[in-house]
Design a protein around this ligand. Structure first.
Ligand SMILES: Cc1ncc(COP(=O)(O)O)c(C=O)c1O
Length: 517
């Protein structure tokens, strides 16, 4: 009897533990799902997913056992090694599924920069020491190429992009030197303007010219944002980076086709089948596998959510500032299918991105595409490559969203950014005066043209109107242009505020007069 009740008791305990585990798992899923908010640093809205993506809550949960319990060395033959070895193998399988390759083709490494450098060096063979890259590659490619050029190890050709930030596959293929080119490296998605290249077309075109050329794509910004299939792309090497899609910083992979050479960058204990020495960063690799699984489970929802948040952000800002003041760089308008779902490169006419970001830094986290400061005319080489004029480049913000961005965050961030842009306007009165003059002229030339015409007539003839509404509108219009002229003469924030108010008042008065007329 006693043992019977013990069995019943233990069955009940097991059942309730299972229920608790299920509840915890679904709570974790709820906590981490698409569109669920994450805690904010000091209340600051995070719009900088392209710089680094938050660690997804489920990814952090997956790491925990490998911090507290399974901390052994995967190479150890004893009990502490096995769970770590198994976990690394599972992570490798997940990453392979993520990009559609064999597990043996995944070489784990420490960061995207390492993977990019590794691919370039691995590709150099005998007489093949020429490299072709696009003008908008990440510094992990461009700086490595420049260093190898300086040391005389390679020569390089840089291929430009069009206004959408896209390379022409034919132009890339034309840069190939038969028998000399070792590698063509063109990123799958750009980190500033979000252009998604036709890497499949590039690979085909290049190999049609010389099938000895190896092709690498830096997919750091693509993996976890769009579907990536290394076979379909037809590349020999592909870089993917954990911290861009929900894993922590300091873990990445170079995926390579089994036929592509991959000599080790450094030598040591024979880890990664002798390709990369160094005891494996087990918790980080577990995280990379978990982030891959999340994309495999809910990638379509992440992409759709990101695109909705990006479009909402854009609309909010354009509605407040006027669409004609905003320019979206990259392919979003011209070629939407070639745009990453989560990046918005937004140029605001007359604004200074560095000043806006300094103003909002504790409320909105974002980046300037332009490396610009008030006293530094340097602008992003990516924006230069896509043909954005310097004046527009210094006013360009890179806003990037992701799995955990919420509509409320987008709305709040847009309001904060617009406020900062308006404050910036007041600090840049000369530009503001120009714009206000144009705004006022536009408004008065449209529906209110009757008032504009009567102002002109009465100014010319020196007489006055006897219609009090028209007289009031004329006075308001004169006052507005006087305020703008004052602003041009003495550019102060007060003068800017007065001019904005005067133009607003003039437009309202002119509308009234037009209706009355
Ligand atoms: C396109 C691209 N490639 C490479 C990297 C470098 O990755 P990591 O910072 O892990 O070295 C980044 C990171 O910003 C990136 O955006």
């Amino acid at each position: 009897m006693a043992s019977h009740s013990k069995i019943l008791f233990s069955v009940a305990i097991t059942a309730s533990l299972a229920a608790i585990a299920t509840a915890l798992r679904s709570a974790a899923r709820r906590r981490g799902g698409v569109g669920s908010p994450l805690p904010r640093e000091g209340g600051c809205v995070y719009l900088d997913y392209a710089a680094t993506c938050p660690i997804y809550p489920e990814v952090a949960d997956a790491m925990v056992p490998f911090l507290y319990r399974h901390w052994g060395n995967p190479s150890s033959g004893h009990a502490y090694g096995a769970p770590c070895r198994d976990a690394v193998a599972r992570a490798r399988a997940s990453v392979a599924r993520l990009v559609n390759c064999n597990a043996a083709e995944v070489a784990f490494c420490g960061c995207g920069s390492e993977a990019d450098n590794w691919a370039i060096r691995a590709s150099l063979r005998g007489a093949r020491s020429h490299v072709v890259v696009s003008a908008i590659e990440h510094p992990a490619i461009l700086a490595c190429v420049a260093a190898l050029e300086r040391s005389g190890e390679i020569t390089a050709t840089v291929v430009g992009v069009d206004a959408r930030g896209l390379c022409d596959p034919a132009e890339v293929a034309a840069a190939v030197k038969i028998g000399e080119t070792a590698l063509v490296s063109v990123m799958l998605a750009n980190n500033e303007v979000g252009s998604v290249q036709d890497v499949r077309g590039i690979s085909r075109a290049v190999k049609a010219v010389d099938d000895g050329v190896l092709v690498h794509t830096d997919a750091a910004q693509a993996v976890g944002k769009i579907s990536v299939d290394v076979r379909a792309l037809g590349v020999d090497y592909l870089t993917l980076v954990g911290h861009k899609f929900g894993a922590p910083k300091g873990v990445a992979a170079l995926v390579r086709r089994s036929t592509a050479p991959l000599p080790p960058l450094f030598h040591g204990g024979g880890q990664e089948r002798g390709l990369r020495a160094g005891t494996e960063a087990v918790p980080s690799l577990v995280a990379l596998g978990a982030a891959a699984d999340i994309w495999l489970d809910e990638g379509a929802a992440i992409a759709a959510h990101s695109a909705a948040m990006r479009d909402r952000l854009r609309k909010n800002i354009e509605d407040a500032l006027g669409a004609d003041r905003c320019t979206v760089n990259g392919p979003l308008d011209a070629d939407r299918d070639r745009a990453l779902p989560n990046v918005l490169s937004l140029g605001v006419e007359g604004a200074l991105a560095s000043a806006i970001l300094a103003d909002v830094g504790d409320r909105v986290a974002a980046s300037a595409s332009a490396a610009c400061h008030a006293d530094d005319a340097g602008v992003s080489s990516v924006l230069v490559a896509v043909g954005v004029p310097t004046a527009a480049a210094v006013g360009t913000l890179r806003l990037s969203v992701g799995r955990h961005t919420t509509p409320a965050e987008v709305d709040a961030a847009a309001a904060v950014l617009v406020g900062a842009i308006r404050r910036g306007d007041a600090r840049a009165p000369a530009a503001l005066a120009k714009r206000l003059t144009a705004d006022a002229a536009d408004a008065l030339a449209g529906r209110e043209s009757a008032v504009a015409a009567s102002v002109a007539k009465h100014e010319r003839d020196g007489d006055v109107t006897d219609d009090p509404t028209v007289a009031a509108a004329e006075a308001a219009v004169r006052k507005a242009f006087a305020a703008i002229r004052k602003l041009e003469r003495g550019p102060t924030p007060d003068a800017a505020d007065a001019a904005v108010d005067a133009v607003d008042a003039a437009v309202v008065a002119a509308r009234l007069a037009t209706k009355a007329g």
